[in-house]
Design a protein around this ligand. Structure first.
Ligand SMILES: Cc1ncc(COP(=O)(O)O)c(C=O)c1O
Length: 364
C-alpha cells in the first residue's frame, strides 16, 4: 500500500534533535521516570516483563475511563500512542470509496491514511478570521450525503484553538443529522488555557463519535508511546480485531507508568499549567512587540500558528534560520499552511529563541 510522506514527521526527524532551542515540537517538557516515581513514592519495581493485559490493564482502563463522563471499560482500548489509535480507527472504519472530510490544518495522518485506503478525502481549511474555529455553514457546503467520517483535532495542533463546548455540541448535532461518524483526535484535551482545562469529549456526546487520547501531550510522557481509543463497543471490538495484527500489547511498562501518571494527573496538570502560563505570557509579549508576524493567540494546546510578513517559503525560512542560529521551527507547509510557521509556546528558552527569530526576520 502506497502512502504520502508524512511531512511533519520527516521534518522533525531531520531537524529537531540537533537543535540548540526547539520551537518546532508539541510536547511540554517530558517528565523523567525519577520525577514520576519520586512523586508516587515508588523505589523499586518487581514487574514481570511479560506482555501484560493485551488491550490494556483494568487499572489503566479505569484511569482512562475517569477522563470521560459516559464510558465503560468496554468502550476503551489501549494503543501505541495516538498515532496508533488514529490508524486503527481508519483501518477499522473505512473502505475504498468512502467519503471523508478532514478539518485542517491537522495531523497529516487524518487525511493521508484515508487517502491511502482509497477514500475520497476532502479538506476543510480553518480560517484565521474565524479564530481557527470550524464554521458549520462552511462545513455543510463540503459535506455530502455520502460523507462517512469527519476528522477533527481539538484542541488544535498547530493553531492552539480550542473549540468551545457549545460549538462541539452543535458539531455533534450536525453530525447526528447527517449520520456521520466523528473522529476527534483529542491528544491535547486537558490543556485549555482558559476555564476548565478539559473540553467536553466528543465520545461522551454521540455514539458515532470516537475520542482518541494519549499520554504524550497532556501528561508529558511521549516516551511511553501510549494512547487509546474511546468509542462504542462494536467499533472497539473491530479495532481490537485489527489491533491483533500490529500491537499485541503496548508493553507492560508503558501500561504501568501510564497508570501511575493518570492517578497523579492533578500534579501533572499543575506542572503543565505553570509551563503553559509562562509560555503564553512570553509568547504574547513577543507578538505585541513584533510587527513582522501575526498570530491568533492560542487558547490551549501547546502550539501557535504564526504568519510571517516576509516573501519566503516556510521550508526555506526554517532551514536557513536553523542553519544560522540552531533554533528549530516547523514550516507551515508541512501542515498545508504555506506562509506560516508553527511555534511550540511551551518550549524551554522560548524568550531567547523568539528574540533570535525576530533578529533573523529583520535581516531577511
Ligand atoms: C494531533 C496529534 N495527533 C496525534 C499525535 C501523535 O501522538 P502520540 O505521541 O500519542 O502518538 C500528535 C503528535 O504530535 C498530534 O499532534
Amino acid at each position: 500500500m502506497k502512502i504520502s510522506p508524512f511531512k511533519i514527521e520527516e521534518w522533525m526527524n531531520r531537524y529537531e534533535s540537533g537543535a540548540l532551542y526547539d520551537l518546532s515540537g508539541t510536547c511540554i517538557k517530558p517528565l523523567t521516570i525519577n520525577e514520576l516515581c519520586g512523586h508516587a513514592g515508588i523505589e523499586a519495581f518487581d514487574i514481570p516483563l511479560d506482555y501484560g493485559d493485551i488491550t490494556g490493564s483494568e487499572r489503566l482502563k479505569n484511569n482512562i475511563k475517569s477522563l470521560y463522563t459516559n464510558q465503560e471499560l468496554s468502550n476503551i482500548t489501549v494503543t501505541h500512542g495516538a498515532i496508533g489509535a488514529n490508524q486503527l480507527v481508519f483501518y477499522s472504519l473505512l473502505e475504498k470509496g468512502d467519503e471523508v472530510v478532514c478539518i485542517v490544518p491537522a495531523y497529516q495522518q487524518h487525511y493521508s491514511i484515508p487517502e491511502s485506503i482509497g477514500a475520497d478525502v476532502k479538506l476543510y481549511f480553518l480560517k484565521e478570521e474565524n479564530n481557527w474555529l470550524p464554521d458549520l455553514d462552511e462545513l455543510s457546503e463540503i459535506i455530502t450525503s455520502k460523507t462517512k467520517l469527519l476528522c477533527i483535532n481539538n484542541p488544535n495542533n498547530p493553531t492552539g484553538a480550542v473549540i468551545p463546548n457549545w460549538l462541539t455540541e452543535e458539531i455533534v448535532e450536525f453530525a447526528k443529522k447527517n449520520k456521520i461518524w466523528i473522529l476527534a483526535d483529542e491528544v491535547y484535551r486537558g490543556l485549555n488555557l482558559i476555564g476548565n482545562p478539559y473540553s467536553i469529549a466528543f465520545a461522551d456526546l454521540y455514539e458515532k463519535a470516537i475520542s482518541v487520547g494519549s499520554m504524550s501531550k497532556t501528561y508529558s510522557l511521549p516516551g511511553l508511546r501510549l494512547g487509546w481509543v474511546c468509542a462504542r463497543e462494536d467499533l472497539i471490538n473491530e479495532i481490537n480485531h485489527q489491533r491483533q495484527y500490529n500491537t499485541i500489547s503496548v508493553g507492560i511498562l508503558d501500561d504501568y507508568f501510564a497508570s501511575i501518571a493518570l492517578e497523579r494527573k492533578n500534579w501533572i496538570e499543575e506542572r503543565n499549567f505553570s509551563i503553559m502560563q509562562n509560555g503564553i505570557e512570553t509568547f504574547t509579549d513577543w507578538l505585541t512587540n513584533e510587527s513582522l508576524v501575526e498570530c491568533v493567540i492560542p487558547t490551549g494546546g501547546t502550539t501557535a500558528l504564526v504568519k510571517y510578513k516576509k516573501d519566503i517559503k516556510s521550508r526555506d525560512l526554517c532551514k536557513r534560520f536553523q542553519n544560522r542560529t540552531g533554533v528549530a521551527l516547523l514550516p507551515g507547509e508541512t501542515m498545508e499552511m504555506e506562509g506560516y510557521v508553527r511555534i511550540g509556546y511551551c518550549a524551554t528558552a522560548l524568550k531567547q529563541a523568539l528574540e533570535l527569530f525576530s533578529e533573523y526576520l529583520y535581516q531577511l
